[in-house]
Design a binder for this molecule. Structure first.
Ligand SMILES: Nc1ncnc2c1ncn2[C@@H]1O[C@H](COP(=O)(O)OP(=O)(O)OP(=O)(O)O)[C@@H](O)[C@H]1O
Ligand SMILES: N[C@@H](CCO)C(=O)O
Length: 318
């Protein structure tokens, strides 16, 4: 359960008093997620999400994320905006952490997406990229390709404590990805973490894209590659569902389009996404603070994905 920071009822009631969104009725920590502390807050005026930003979110980046959400919402994308208080301020401090009160969106995230759901989610990413084509702000990817070797070296031989041979396995994957990376592809503003748990759906309809706190400026097709790895495998990474990946790509292509060179680059972008999530999960596995109510995610699930991409190759993206 991702609640790193506890919020007292008194502090939350005082916080809400600054907004025109009713008085506190109830609040409970949300089980999903690993990055930030999230609470579901009911007030006399409705339902909201309270997010306290933790270790990986730099407070200085919040204006970028909130501007991106406003930009997308203004163009009809279903994304949650951070709500301003009576003074027009959206970024606050609560229990010593940066905090925002955020619109609640309906829908649930699916654990086993169907092809129709994958098509709809790919199309939602395509519409998001379309809407972001004229978004002017830039944010470097804090988990981008240049950070992978330094993070690998910081994890070092401790990786072998997670699984024997993991240090060599990650080293091989990293060398392969750095050699094949299609760094020439078009860039844009990307979500960079659009896993199934960050897409809210009702049936086959996308009702919300959430969790924009890795959003950045990077290769646009890398966003689709991240999605491919997250959606078209089971959670252990042992089982691949190629038709789900094809549906994602088809939905994206229909909504936004995909250049032939972007399609050709998807294999190495997807392998790169495996290295990125393998490393962040391994780092968290080795460094999760004692007492945090959070379920660590399995790094090995991304080594298995990497191996599947390595064996099956470009046929997966044809
Ligand atoms: N705006 C929203 N509307 C409805 N539910 C939301 C909203 N924001 C977050 N949630 C719920 O809270 C959960 C955790 O949110 P979120 O994914 O942002 O957390 P996180 O810790 O940043 O997660 P992650 O591990 O994906 O980075 C979501 O899975 C969803 O159930
Ligand atoms: N989506 C990420 C967690 C957020 O970085 C993962 O599954 O590893």
């Amino acid at each position: 359960m991702a609640v790193y920071t506890q919020v007292s009822a008194e502090a939350l009631a005082r916080f809400l008093a600054g907004f025109d969104h009713g008085e506190l009725v109830s609040a409970k920590g949300i089980a999903e997620g690993v990055e930030n502390s999230n609470y579901l807050v009911d007030t006399t005026a409705g339902r909201f999400i309270l997010t306290l930003y933790e270790k990986r979110v730099n407070a200085g980046d919040l204006p970028f994320f909130l501007a991106m959400l406003d930009h997308l919402a203004a163009r009809g994308n279903a994304v949650p905006r951070a709500l301003p208080d009576r003074n027009g301020v959206a970024i606050h401090e609560l229990e010593g952490r940066p905090a925002c009160l955020i619109e609640f969106l309906p829908g649930v995230s699916v654990s086993h997406p169907t092809e129709a759901q994958a098509f709809a989610a790919g199309a939602a990413m395509g519409r998001m990229h379309e809407a972001l084509a004229d978004f002017a702000l830039v944010r470097e990817n804090s988990m981008g390709i240049d950070t992978w070797r330094p993070l690998f070296e910081r994890c070092g031989r401790d990786l072998d404590g997670i699984a024997p041979g993991l240090y060599d396995g990650v080293g091989f994957a990293l060398d392969d990805v750095l050699a094949g990376w299609p760094g020439h592809l078009p860039t844009g503003t990307i979500h960079a973490d659009l896993f199934p748990d960050n897409v809210l759906m009702r049936g086959d309809t996308v009702t919300g894209l959430i969790d924009f706190y890795f959003a950045c400026t990077d290769i646009r097709a890398y966003d689709l590659a991240i999605m491919h790895g997250a959606w078209s495998f089971d959670s252990t990474g042992a089982q691949i569902y190629p038709a789900i990946g094809q549906a994602l790509i088809a939905g994206y292509q229909q909504a936004f389009g995909l250049l032939a060179e972007e399609r050709a680059g998807l294999l190495y972008l997807s392998k790169g996404a495996c290295v990125r999530f393998l490393l962040s999960r391994a780092w968290d596995w080795l460094n999760t603070p004692a007492g945090a109510m959070v379920t660590r995610k399995d790094p090995l699930a991304y080594l298995r994905r990497f191996k599947a991409y390595d064996i099956q190759g470009t046929a997966l993206f044809g």
